[in-house]
Design a binder for this molecule. Structure first.
Ligand code: HEM
Length: 431
């Protein structure tokens, strides 16, 4: 099918604002990670959207029913950019594209604090970033290295001799959250409760459930912050509460804004990435062999998993009327960056569709670009590298358990369950 035919096939019946030419209006909701598929590369359906003959600005029409509304604005109308250089401009041109008020889920229950640092624009953003970066820099993450490795090894050893694990539910969901909870100082017994709250906020698609979860989690975080105010300790929440931003104390609004957003960002992003990384390796054992035979590739292989499975596409708001690619953008318009298209742009990545564990350079958008580049990226990378390293030393070649449904959402929703199996009889002989 030609690109023109593909675009014609997804033309939306829905209406769009006046400044949107009718021939740019499409229904691109399927490309935002909310429609499952069973492909080895689940992001493959988005790839053609960065093709040369695809118009540089598409418009994703609002869903008529408001379906999906409230979850990262998925149901609302927005411009969509799909080419690498356009995505890069949106992330780096802060004069025209604002992130003010991003991830403002808390507004649903009348809260007025901002999600910090994501929902703050430059120049204020830099203050928060300078305050937080020391806790997430590669040097700080080095100090967590032994702890992360110990958790990875302990978890793998607990099931390696059984020859089977549900890599999504029993491993991916748990490993990064244990590390994150230790870092923040959250009590272990809150684990299941945290994940339930997060599910209701991000994925339930129900305003009632979102509101209830928001109330509960914010009440918990506020009482946790109050406890750290009274009893300082070595945890990150305590350091935030007792820290100084540009020489002054952190206000109550800032404390909850920071702790809340770290809570939201730190819970299931790495989990979704792990599930998809293992699904890909199980479906393509050649990738396992390549990395196992060349352990020095672990770092670049992790980067390639990140490039080929960008779990989030994010958006910005236009700050003033201006013309771009022959289109008049209006102040207040939303612009979504379709990272699953940009990460496969052939103008940027040679043989872009191929999974190449030795690809360098590999400047993808999975952690975006510009000032809001994911603060947790050094931690996420370290967790993934340590995991891959320790896993390949301990577990022989694995595959999906026969009969398993391998359907995946190419995004944050990802995979709930994914049993994988291996020949455990070879473990005692050493792999
Ligand atoms: C593979 C795992 C992860 C992915 C794919 C990911 C993805 C992202 C993306 C796409 C953004 C930018 C959103 C936007 O610009 O609208 C972001 C920002 C952010 N992420 Fe992550 N994230 C991951 C892990 C983490 C972890 C583990 C943490 C915390 C411990 C974290 C904390 C943050 C924070 C605080 C920001 C806001 C940065 C700023 O505005 O300056 N992330 N992340």
């Amino acid at each position: 099918m030609t690109i023109a035919a593909k675009l014609a096939a997804i033309r939306a019946a829905a209406t769009a604002p006046e400044n949107v030419p009718a021939n740019r209006v499409f229904d691109l909701h399927w490309a935002m990670g909310s429609v499952a598929n069973d492909l080895t590369d689940p992001y493959e359906p988005c790839r053609w959207l960065c093709g040369e003959s695809v118009p540089r600005l598409l418009y994703n029409a609002a869903l008529p029913s408001g379906e999906g509304e409230g979850v990262a604005g998925i149901g609302n109308g927005a411009w969509v950019v799909t080419h690498y250089e356009d995505i890069e401009r949106v992330y780096t041109d802060n004069a025209h594209f604002s992130n003010d008020g991003a991830a403002n889920f808390q507004a649903l229950i009348g809260e007025t604090f901002r999600s910090i640092p994501l929902g703050v624009d430059p120049p204020d953003h830099a203050r928060y970033r300078q305050f937080l970066v020391p806790h997430f820099s590669p040097a700080s993450i080095n100090r967590l290295d032994a702890q992360i490795r110990a958790i990875a090894v302990e978890m793998i050893d607990s099931f390696v001799t059984t020859g089977e694990v549900d890599i999504a539910w029993d491993f991916g969901r748990v490993y990064p959250v244990r590390i994150f909870m230790n870092l923040m100082g959250f009590p272990e017994h809150m684990f299941e409760q945290f994940l339930d709250w997060e599910w209701d906020i991000l994925h339930s698609n129900s305003r009632l459930k979102m509101a209830a979860a928001l109330r509960d989690v914010l009440a918990f975080l506020r009482s946790f912050i109050a406890e750290k105010q009274r009893n300082p300790d070595a945890t990150l929440v305590s350091k935030i509460v007792h820290g100084k931003i540009s020489g002054r104390a952190v206000t109550d609004e800032e404390q909850i804004g920071i702790v809340w957003f770290l809570w939201l960002g730190g819970l299931d992003t790495v989990a979704a990435t792990i599930s998809q990384m293992f699904r890909r390796m199980a479906l393509e054992p050649e990738i396992q062999r390549q990395i196992r035979n060349n352990p020095e590739l672990v770092g670049s292989a992790v980067e390639e998993f990140l490039r080929t499975q960008p779990i989030l596409s994010t958006s910005r708001t236009v700050t003033e009327d201006f013309e771009w690619h022959g289109i008049q953008l209006k102040q207040g318009d939303k612009v979504s960056c379709l990272n699953p298209a940009g990460n496969f742009d052939p103008d940027k990545f040679a043989d872009a569709a191929k999974f190449d564990p030795s690809r360098r350079p590999n400047r993808h958008f999975t952690f975006v670009a510009g000032v809001h580049l994911c603060l947790g990226a050094p931690l996420a990378r370290r967790e993934l590298r340590i995991l891959l390293d320790e896993w390949l030393k301990r577990v022989p070649e694995f595959r999906i358990k026969p009969g398993t449904d391998t359907t995946v959402f190419p995004g944050l929703l990802s995979i709930r369950n994914l049993p994988i199996v291996w020949d455990h009889s070879v473990i005692s002989e050493g792999i």
